[in-house]
Design a protein around this ligand. Structure first.
Ligand SMILES: *Cc1c(COP(=O)(O)O)cnc(C)c1O
Length: 429
């Protein structure tokens, strides 16, 4: 495999862009080697600047749930762009987008559009604080809620990948109000709540974690959080930036039958355009400006190009529920195939999966939180990653990220992935 053009581009990129990338995990630092520069993508395939093709398990970290360059989305963007790319004034399309989301997620009464998942989580936290008049909140180790100051405490994703323990530039006065405990540890949550009576505004959680690999909520964990929040007047925020419109049309809330008070969205909601959103019960959402005094704004929020892309994709997901069954079946098939080749290799491994989120950990212990994810043999993951890449399979370049399947993947693609896994394990073990 030639990667000469990618290597040259990376040398050049580092002269003008910090680390050569605009988001840290893309730099491949944790798996070693140089990043691949992508030229284009179609369906389930990425094509790099040297003409290599890869089967894609990142799907732009989720948005490409129906595959890259999905024709209805591309066509809608092209048509809309001719009408101008932004107005800074309201449009009918924003109402249609809000109505569509509300029709897919029953417990969302009001929804505000923003331009990223980071903004969605940051704004939801501010709203929870403004609504309750309390400052502290609980987040879970290894969960990632974007890069707003308050959340960069024991965060997952790139923060975990680069092993950044404390982030310089975040004042203690900010991080002191961030309380953390282990994912799936309901007892620890109860203790924190008891230790800080009437001080906790919110509990924010990835209902299925995707930023320390894929980690499932244990039976009773989310139900327990729901109960604690109701009892103590704490706002329960589900960060569905990854799981929203992916695990089901109604996201993790629908799939797991639990209602949060506020929900944040990103990734799938914009079909690859920069979009996020937060929404929930009217009682809470009506505190957002201009209805209330919790200020939140955005020059490009509800941008017409971003809206038409998201609207077109979500309409497809709403009208064609078979997509979720197909994605589940494909991911189950991949899971089974990987299980066989990993078991045959005799290397310790654990595969976690729900719906179209899946990840492999080189550990023979159950991976249920950040500690157990970090205890896996992540050096072996690096070798596995590169062995797969060489065989045309593009996995997330970190053991602390979920893989995302897209529905353009064929069973032949999955068979290729399983066969590449078998060869890769033979090569690295
Ligand atoms: C990606 C992600 C975010 C941040 O979204 P950005 O669009 O990258 O700002 C927040 N929460 C979760 C769960 C995510 O996976």
């Amino acid at each position: 495999m030639h990667i000469k053009n990618s290597e040259q581009l990376f040398q050049r990129a580092q002269k003008s862009i910090p680390g050569g990338v605009n988001s840290p995990v893309r730099a491949f630092k944790s798996v070693g080697g140089n990043p691949i520069f992508i030229q284009k993508a179609k369906g389930a395939y990425l094509y790099d600047e040297d003409g290599n093709a890869y089967i894609d398990y990142i799907a732009s970290w989720g948005p490409m749930i129906l595959g890259h360059a999905y024709e209805p989305v591309i066509k809608a963007i092209q048509e809309k762009a001719a009408f101008s790319t932004s107005f800074g004034a309201p449009t009918q399309l924003e109402i249609e987008m809000a109505e569509l989301i509300i029709s897919m997620v029953p417990n969302v009464d009001l929804i505000r559009m923003v331009s990223s998942g980071t903004e969605a989580c940051m704004s939801a936290l501010r709203l929870a604080r403004g609504y309750t008049g309390k400052n502290k909140f609980i987040k879970f180790e290894g969960c990632y809620h974007g890069h707003a100051d308050a959340f960069l405490v024991k965060a997952g994703s790139g923060v975990a990948t680069f092993n950044i323990q404390t982030v310089p530039g975040i004042p203690a006065a900010v991080s002191d109000d961030t309380l953390t405990c282990a994912y799936n540890d309901l007892n620890a949550v109860e203790k924190l709540v008891a230790a800080h009576p009437n001080e906790i505004a919110a509990i924010i959680v990835e209902p299925v974690a995707g930023n320390m690999g894929c980690i499932l909520p244990e039976q009773g964990f989310l139900e327990g959080l729901r109960k604690i929040c109701t009892q103590h007047n704490i706002v329960l925020i589900f960060d569905e930036v990854m799981t929203g419109f992916r695990l089901a049309a109604g996201g993790a809330q629908q799939r797991l039958s639990i209602d949060a008070d506020l929900i944040t969205y990103g990734k799938v909601i914009g079909a690859g355009m920069p979009v996020g959103a937060f929404g929930g019960k009217k009682e809470i959402m009506q505190h957002i400006a201009p209805l209330g005094n919790v200020y939140q704004a955005g020059t490009l929020s509800g941008n017409p190009i971003a809206m038409i892309a998201g609207f077109t994709l979500l309409t497809e997901l709403k009208n064609n529920p078979a997509i979720y069954k197909e994605l589940d079946d494909k991911t189950t098939y991949l899971h089974k195939g990987l299980d066989e080749v990993f078991a045959a290799s005799k290397t310790p491994y654990t595969i976690n999966r729900l719906g179209s989120m899946i990840s492999v950990h080189f550990s023979n212990k159950p991976v249920t939180n950040f500690e157990t994810a970090a205890a896996a043999n992540n050096d072996l993951f690096k070798k596995y990653f590169h062995a797969m890449l060489k065989r045309g399979i593009y996995l997330p370049p970190s053991p602390f990220e979920s893989w995302f399947l897209n529905n353009a993947l064929t069973y032949a693609d999955l068979d290729k992935t399983i066969a590449a896994s078998k060869e890769s394990l033979q090569e690295i073990l």
